[in-house]
Design a protein around this ligand. Structure first.
Ligand code: HEC
Length: 118
């Protein structure tokens, strides 16, 4: 028997899914301290090696581009969207990770990076 209720259920899930992806990470929303704390953990684990513990770009250097000084005004001026893209996708000698950071981890780590330049 084919029940129309199944399709209602599917539609419900689809709509919820779209709603969620639109709702999360609203631009301009202040990241909570918990998110920043989480971002710090990601940073120390994955980013500090190149960008330095304080994000000043003084970690080890590989061949190619120097790790960006994340506290510089050049970085500060860039939009979340641009920086998130770099964090999420990588850029030149900055890796995009074997397993890419999740959207949420990228946002958390960016929230932390933003605190470094204050
Ligand atoms: C293997 C070294 C390396 C690691 C690890 C690394 N980066 Fe980078 N990162 C770079 C390099 C090199 C650049 C400069 C790329 C360029 O401009 O071509 C860069 C650029 C950036 C930028 C762009 C700055 C700007 O002004 O456009 C951001 C943001 C950034 N990194 C954040 C992170 C975060 C967050 C992590 C950890 C998840 C991380 N990086 C890990 C090497 C690294």
């Amino acid at each position: 028997m084919r029940s129309p209720y199944i399709w209602r259920g599917v539609m419900f899930l689809v709509v919820m899914g779209i709603g969620q992806s639109a709702a999360y990470g609203q631009p301009g929303a202040d990241p909570s301290p918990a998110r920043i704390e989480k971002g710090k953990k990601v940073f120390v684990k994955l980013c500090a090696g190149c960008h330095g513990a304080e994000g000043k770009g003084d970690g080890y250097k590989l061949l190619g581009a120097d790790p960006a000084n994340l506290t510089a005004s050049a970085t500060k001026k860039k939009s979340d969207a641009v920086l998130l893209n770099t964090i999420h996708e990588g850029k030149s000698s900055m890796p995009s990770w074997n397993v890419r950071l999740s959207e949420q981890d990228s946002r958390d780590v960016l929230a932390y990076v933003r605190t470094l330049s204050k």
